[in-house]
Each structure stands twice: as structure tokens, then as C-alpha cells.
Design a protein around this ligand. Structure first.
Ligand code: G16
Length: 544
């Protein structure tokens, strides 16, 4: 029987979880006691887990393996009965959510900084998920933060590193440690939701699928599902070896960081369908031959066509989207006659709605879509649902998109990010905007009249909790909208996100270039928030 040590530690003041767990630079996590203090703060905020199961896994980024060993030893010392850990320390975020649910675990620790870069001086993250498989709700993340400010010791068992490569069960520190295949359970779940025969037939008939795993966690998942089970050409599954530094790139599936894929999909020799996922496998990018599908549109189109996949053949209960996501999905919900919910940014807010059976499909503008099959967004799930729809309809992505716009109207939408701006300037910009919200209605900004302006507050219809300050919204005559908020996932400086949209019902006006169509709103955003003036920037760093 190994020893359990109680180690004194000083509390760190900066362990406030953001939109999705605690994300910091690796050297911050490497400070003596820093990682341990945060993990102990998680355990100290939970109750009645003695003897129960904890799932541990991560996206394979730099420092993943070290923290997995720490988390295993601390789980033993704190009294968990069993840990399930992905082979090689790997579990995509949706796969971890599935494992928690399938094996009725108490919860899980997921090590990821998602789409942020990895490496010795890049980003790392730790997040706690609860027994429904979803990210801890605010009540728990607030308790973790409160505990982290006063913690003075952590508990750790003293035993050798666990061999993470060898599948199977062993005992250490009075606890059972099971190293599991990270892909098998997830692939099995996907087979229950989608018509693999139909997708196989589509691919056999010459439909070409390319997928960019961005040297991140989805490589092994894509190889098993797309290539081995569905027959996709292995040469078109790109960057499928997970690397600790993602090959030096940002594993962020957007038009900047997945530019090669985008350019290929716009070329004459493009495959029929292109997709990518992020560091931990929960985001998705969908591009048809010659057409990029915005995440907000993708949510609407997946919801409208979900009944074509076996897992959703009886229809969907409802749709939820984060507030900054476009209203495209609302029009689908209206037509289907199902519930529609608008939540703050952060997947954690969908958990209650999914658990209560109020919604089946959820999505965010930040390239996240998912359903009730797990409690995280799920990149490969979105890819497979698209493929299932394409297999059932036997139309191109472009035809499906244009048909959707003709039926529901088109929502022109774009997000402009100003990354790495000075935190003080970002706060000043938001403070100034907040201060003038009450006086904006009736005013004209860049030739458009404001009809309403507020700071979004969410009232959770299931548990009654209230989340304030979730983003500034400015609505204009005719239904156009601009949203301003600061990112909660960055690790240096601040990122201002500006989201713009307007609805165009008339099909003859659906062919415009997005940025040109939004030019008026882009000017209005700069005028009303004084972006150039306050930040000194003359344009965004990322446009999606
Ligand atoms: C996380 C959250 C998402 C959120 C996104 C962007 O995604 O899970 O719900 O939309 O961050 O958040 P922000 O705008 O605050 O940066 P991920 O993929 O980073 O875990």
C-alpha cells in the first residue's frame, strides 16, 4: 500500500475558471504546487465521491502526460475508487463526455486548452466535468475558484507513474486504474446515431471527403471512423498524428488557421466535402466544394435535416444556441414547432436544457455543434451528421445550403476578433458601451437606427439560476444586430469579439459576399464602440 502525503501549498489568486475551465500558459501550470492546488480545489468542491469513478484524459498537448500522472495520484489520495484514463493520456472532449456517461462515472478531469496553441511556452488547461458528462455549471466553477483562494494543502499518493500505453487494469494507491481505448466507445456511439451504410455507399460512389485533424486529438478518431469504418481515402485525412505542439500551429478550425483546407475546397480540384476539428475535438469546420458553411448556418441546417439520420429520425425536441450565434436556427425551430433557447456563451449552459429533454441539438457560432448524445460539443459528430444528410439527399453541400436559404431566408453573419489587446483598453471599451446602453435607443449610428440595447442576462428555465453580464447587444431597425463581448478563453491580454448579423429573406439577394453585405454594420460597430479609437487597431485580427 502506497503512502498518501499531505503537502502544504500556498493559494494562487488567479485560478478563476473562464468560459471553459482554467486556461493558462504552461509555465504558469509548472509553478510548484500550481496544478496540484487547482486539482485539489476541484476535489474539495465536490462531495460524496469516495470509492467512485473519475475519468481522466486530455488532448495530448505539451504537459498532458505529466498532469495526468499528478491527477491519477491525487485521485487516489482523495479517495476515488477507480480512474478511467485514455491510452496515451488521450481522450477527445466529446469522447470523455461519453465515457463519463456510459460508465456512470462521478465526473471527469479533461486537460485541454482547446483551439489554443500548445508547447512549452503555449497554453494548457484543466476543466472538470460532472456526472452528466458536461462541463461543471457555474455554481461549481465558482466554488472551485473560492476554494482555490484559501487552499493550503493538497493530497497526493506516492506510487510510480502509470504506463499510459498499456491497455488494462492495475491497482495503485488503493485505487483501480484502467487504461482504456480512447476511440472504441466513441466510434460505437457514432454507429448508433448515423447510417454508416448510406455514408459508405456515398463514398464508394465517388464522393470525396477530406478531413484535417490539425495534428490534434481527432487524428485517431478520424482514421478509425472515416477511413476504417466508412472507406474514406486515407490520403485525404490530413495531419492525423497528434503532436504535443500541433506542429507549431493553432489547432483552431477557422478560415485563418485552416486556410490550406479552405483554399483547397475553393479550387477546381476540390473534394466534395472538407472538414476540420480543433485541439480537443469538440469544434468543427464545414466547407463544401466552393462554399464555406458558417457555424451558425450549419447549426440551422443540421437541425432542419437531422431527421434524416437514424439517431434523430423521430425529430428533435428543441434547439439551443448561444446568444452571439445567429438567429438562423430560430427560424428552423419555428417551422418545426419546437422549443428554441438562447443561452450565454459556454457549452455548460446547454447541460440543463439537454438533461431536461427541452432541446436535442445545440450550437454556437464558435464552431461548436452537438446533441443530446453527450454533454459537450462534438466535432466529428457534426461531420458525420453532415455526411449522413449528404448521403440521404444526394445533393452537394452548396445545393443544400442554397435550398436552406431559399426556404428559411439567409442570415448574413460574421465575427470580428481583436486579439491580444490591452486588458485595460478592452475593459474601458466595454465600460463605455455599458454606460451608454440606456441612451442608445432612437439614436442613429452609421445611418442605422438603434431600437434596443442591453447587456444579456440569462435565466436558466430549469434551475432558475441567473447569469448576468453575458454580452452587449445592440438591435437596429429591420432586425440587424451587433453583439460585443470579451473572450473568456484567452491566456494573454484580452480578445474583443464583435458579432454582426442581419436577416435577408429575399432569395435574389442571397448571393452577396458576406463582408460586403455587412459593411454598414461593421462601420456601425466601430462607431458605437469606438474600437479603432480605443484599441488603436485599424482592423480585426481574425474574421470568421
Ligand atoms: C469554449 C466554450 C464555448 C465557447 C468558446 C469561445 O470552447 O466551450 O462554449 O463558445 O469557448 O468562448 P470565448 O468567446 O469566451 O472565447 P472551446 O472549444 O475553447 O472549449
Amino acid at each position: 500500500m502506497s503512502q498518501t502525503e499531505t503537502v502544504s501549498v500556498k493559494a494562487f489568486a488567479d485560478q478563476k475558471p473562464g468560459t471553459s475551465g482554467l486556461r493558462k500558459k504552461v509555465p504558469v501550470f509548472q509553478q510548484p504546487g500550481y496544478t496540484e492546488a487547482f486539482i485539489q480545489s476541484i476535489f474539495d468542491s465536490l462531495e460524496n465521491y469516495e470509492g467512485k469513478t473519475l475519468v481522466i484524459g486530455g488532448d495530448g498537448r505539451y504537459y498532458n502526460r505529466e498532469v495526468i500522472q499528478i491527477a491519477i495520484r491525487m485521485a487516489a489520495a482523495n479517495g476515488f475508487g477507480r480512474v478511467l484514463v485514455g491510452q496515451g493520456g488521450i481522450l477527445s472532449t466529446p469522447a470523455a463526455s461519453n465515457i463519463i456517461r456510459k460508465y456512470k462515472a462521478f465526473g471527469g478531469i479533461i486537460l485541454s486548452a482547446s483551439h489554443n496553441p500548445g508547447g512549452p511556452n503555449e497554453d494548457f488547461g484543466i476543466k472538470y466535468n460532472v456526472s452528466n458528462g458536461g462541463p461543471a455549471p457555474e455554481k461549481i466553477t465558482e466554488a472551485i475558484f473560492a476554494r482555490s483562494k484559501e487552499i493550503d494543502r493538497y493530497l497526493i499518493a506516492d506510487f510510480d507513474d502509470v504506463d499510459l500505453e498499456e491497455l488494462g487494469t492495475r491497482e495503485a494507491g488503493g485505487m483501480t486504474i484502467e487504461v482504456i481505448d480512447p476511440v472504441a466507445d466513441y466510434a460505437e456511439l457514432m454507429e448508433t446515431l448515423f447510417d454508416f451504410d448510406a455514408i459508405r455507399a456515398l463514398i464508394r460512389d465517388g464522393f470525396k471527403v477530406t478531413f484535417d485533424a490539425m495534428h490534434a486529438v481527432t487524428g485517431p478518431y478520424a482514421r478509425e471512423i472515416l477511413v476504417n469504418r466508412l472507406g474514406a481515402d486515407p490520403k485525404l485525412v490530413l495531419n492525423d498524428t497528434p503532436l504535443e505542439d500541433f506542429g507549431g500551429h493553432h489547432p483552431d478550425p477557422n478560415l485563418v488557421h485552416a486556410k490550406d483546407l479552405h483554399d483547397r475546397m475553393m479550387s477546381d480540384t476540390a473534394p466534395d466535402f472538407g472538414a476540420a476539428s480543433d485541439g480537443d475535438g469538440d469544434r468543427n469546420l464545414i466547407i463544401g466544394k466552393g462554399i464555406f458553411v458558417t457555424p451558425s448556418d450549419s447549426l440551422a441546417m443540421l437541425a432542419a435535416n437531422a431527421h434524416l439520420a437514424p439517431g434523430y429520425k423521430d425529430g428533435i425536441a428543441g434547439i439551443a444556441r448561444s446568444m452571439p450565434t445567429s438567429g438562423a436556427a430560430d427560424r428552423v425551430a419555428e417551422k418545426l414547432g419546437v422549443e428554441m433557447h438562447e443561452t450565454p456563451t459556454g457549452w455548460k449552459f446547454f447541460g440543463n436544457l439537454l438533461d431536461a429533454g427541452k432541446v436535442t441539438i445545440c450550437g454556437e457560432e464558435s464552431a461548436g455543434t452537438g446533441s443530446s448524445h453527450v454533454r459537450e460539443k462534438d466535432g466529428l459528430w457534426a461531420v458525420l451528421l453532415w455526411l449522413n444528410i449528404l448521403a440521404a439527399r444526394r445533393e452537394s453541400v452548396k445545393e443544400i445550403v442554397e435550398d436552406h436559404w431559399a426556404t428559411y431566408g439567409r442570415t448574413y453573419y460574421s465575427r470580428h476578433d481583436y486579439e491580444g489587446i490591452d486588458t485595460d483598453k478592452a475593459n474601458r471599451l466595454m465600460d463605455e458601451l455599458n454606460a451608454k446602453l440606456a441612451t442608445l435607443p432612437g439614436q442613429t449610428v452609421a445611418d442605422m437606427t438603434v431600437v434596443k440595447a442591453d447587456n444579456f442576462t440569462y435565466h436558466d428555465p430549469v434551475d432558475g439560476s441567473v447569469s448576468k453580464n453575458q454580452g452587449i447587444r445592440i438591435f437596429f431597425e429591420g432586425g440587424a444586430r451587433i453583439v460585443f463581448r470579451l473572450s473568456g478563453t484567452g491566456t494573454s491580454g484580452a480578445t474583443l469579439r464583435v458579432y454582426m448579423e442581419f436577416f435577408e429573406p429575399e432569395p435574389s439577394r442571397h448571393g452577396a459576399e458576406t463582408q460586403a453585405a455587412l459593411a454598414g454594420l461593421i462601420a456601425a460597430a466601430d462607431e458605437v464602440a469606438r474600437i479603432t479609437n480605443i484599441t488603436g487597431r485599424d482592423g480585426p485580427t481574425v474574421i470568421t
